[in-house]
Design a protein around this ligand. Sequence first.
Ligand code: MN
Length: 311
Amino acid sequence: MSNQVLIVDKNTMKKMQAYYEPSSTGKIPPGGVFAAKTSGCSITGYKSGKVLFQGRDASNEAGKWGSVNNVSPKAKSTTSVKKKTSLPSNFANLSVIGSDEVGTGDFFGPITVCAAYVRQEDMDILKHAGVKDSKALTDEKIIEIAREIIPFVPYSLLVLHNEKYNKMQQTGMTQGKMKALLHNKALENVLNKISPEKPDAILIDQFAEENVYYRHLTGQKTIVKENVYFQTKAEGLHLSVAAASIIARYAFLKEMDKLSELAQLTIPKGAGAIVDQAAAKVIKKHGESMLWQLAKIHFANSEKAKRLARK
Ligand code: MN
């Protein structure tokens, strides 16, 4: 659990409020402007100009907006607690389709979303292969496990490449909406794959409130809604989400390798200072336009990299 705090101007605060609107918790604390929760981070903006990021993705999330400072621990008490809708009993042992995404907080690289179906009878073999919360696994281990489970786990993997991502983002689409569309599509694909079999339930690693998620899907031909549950930290609640997360992470790593080859330098993960420096190198080597193919250009890293490249 890490905390980050940014002090931003009014303009940035407005931008942030709009950006996080799809993930809004609707529970704004006293003195607050907005409160949002993504899958890995709670974000709270205050009238004072302070923005607090809390959770495992705090550094990445804060890195999208500026340079970060550590926050005093007492600020913790300002987070709003989200209510949990309860899962069916014995959930971990049901046959479930789980979905998760990777890459949303990384400046470089695509967003990868995976939905995977894990039947009760496949759980032992998955556990044996080492499937667990992917955050506790090294990249090497992720690759090894993914290769082992991919042949027999029914799954759908979607990769939103940077060019398409940037186009969608520039039309005004939020990351929350992109994620909702991708999760919904991946779930639909897996349901089709396993048909006529049906899962006992579907579990989405939560990145938005349920009503916001479905609002994003308005107008879609197929909206997967039956037996769908949303939980944060869902990787720990069912092996299907853990498996989906591992496959999504594996795909992300492979894509990053391709981008490194394209840029002829090692492309780092995250959104911190190392990323700014790598992006500056890309600009110097290939020009600014290259970022369009490699990165989520609306992140604050773009401007920082341009400044670095001019030095
Ligand atoms: Mn997630």
